[in-house]
Design a protein around this ligand. Structure first.
Ligand SMILES: [Zn+2]
Ligand SMILES: [Zn+2]
Length: 346
């Protein structure tokens, strides 16, 4: 089979790999949808073949960490209560030792022995087949499409996890900085959870999507000072909750400064940094700053159930669908960070 491999310096290629065969406890999933996530851009743009997300990579791995498909083959010794051949599934895109406290609570990405990250350190979903331990499978509810499952497998699940960490409720006004795939998902969820949503971005195309997804107010951060804009629509106080999905220093400090006194800020974007002037920005506002890294196996399943029960239009995030042979064009466009989400369909 052929799979997409990032070479660094914004280059990628389709490389040949042997068709995977499941070993003990493993399954092979026939991919139906494999999403493109903002964090893929860190690896795509990395200088040389250096991995930009800080994980150790021993051999070129098939990209794609939003895998969703159908179980095609089950290896020996797989618990019969786990998904069997023909089951529609998402993959929780990490695997750990299975024994440490993080693994036992479903947070395998935090494994004390170091985690496998599918699509980064181990073969991911940008190929016709993917071999994973059966314990990584999360059932895809019948109501959800494979594209929706792919989104939940990273970007959309990350947005959901962050809002749950912040205990968002219908009382809150939340400012969401960045309306890429994660920010747009956060907008959809926050609207469904009853909050008042202020959506900020630098792209008018993305702000239009945010408006369509129910954002109460959209703020174009290229024009009018975005901090003033948030203050203007919150009686000068700032938002109860702010979420930065941009992962950029300017986005993060805006999220910090746009939060009201006693408010909560959450960071989800990978990489880069931020400089916070602790006394005025945090201490004198009694501010809580948290960071949220994806979700557990249990959280991924909970997100899928929420999407199904509330009929969240996750598939509307996708503005582009591609074949694997179009991967070069697909990532060139995604790299502009002006579009909605892209997905490979098999
Ligand atoms: Zn572990
Ligand atoms: Zn991701």
């Amino acid at each position: 089979m052929k799979g997409v491999v990032f070479l660094g310096n914004r280059k990628l290629e389709l490389q040949d790999f042997a068709d995977p065969v499941p070993g003990p406890g493993e399954v092979v999933v026939a991919m139906k949808a494999s999403g493109m996530c903002g964090s893929d851009l860190h690896v795509y743009r990395a200088v040389g073949s250096q991995n930009a997300l800080g994980f150790t990579v021993s051999a070129p791995a098939v990209a794609g960490h939003e895998p969703c498909g159908v179980v095609a083959e089950v290896g020996p010794g797989v618990n019969p209560r786990l998904p069997q051949v023909g089951a529609r599934v998402m993959v929780h895109h990490y695997f750990g030792c299975g024994v440490c406290p993080h693994c036992r609570t479903g947070w395998t990405q935090m494994c004390v022995e170091g985690a496998a990250v599918y699509g980064v350190t181990h073969h991911g979903g940008h190929a016709p087949y993917m071999k994973v331990p059966a314990s990584t499978l999360i059932p895809l509810p019948d109501e959800l499409s494979f594209e929706t499952g792919a989104a939940i497998a990273c970007g959309t699940g990350t947005a959901y996890g962050a809002l749950r960490r912040m205990h968002l409720s219908g009382h809150d006004t939340i400012a969401i900085v960045g309306q890429g795939p994660v920010g747009l998902s956060a907008t959809q969820f926050a609207v469904a959870m009853g909050a008042r949503v202020l959506a900020l971005d630098l792209s008018s195309e993305r702000l239009l999507l945010a408006k369509r997804f129910g954002a109460d107010i959209t703020i174009d951060a290229r024009g009018y000072d975005p901090l003033t804009a948030v203050k203007d629509v919150t009686s000068g106080r700032g938002a109860d909750l702010t979420l930065d999905t941009s992962g950029r220093p300017e986005g993060r400090i805006l999220a910090v400064r746009a939060a009201r006194a006693w408010g909560t800020v959450c960071f989800v974007g990978e990489g880069s940094n931020v400089t916070i002037d602790v006394s005025p920005d945090m201490l004198r506002k009694q501010l809580t700053i948290i960071a949220s890294w994806t979700f557990s196996t249990v959280g991924q399943a909970e997100c899928a159930q929420f999407v199904a029960a509330r009929k969240i239009a996750v598939a509307d995030l996708f503005t582009h669908s591609w074949r694997l042979e179009q991967a070069e064009e697909a990532y060139q466009l995604f790299d502009t960070q002006t579009t909605g989400k892209g997905v490979f369909l098999m």
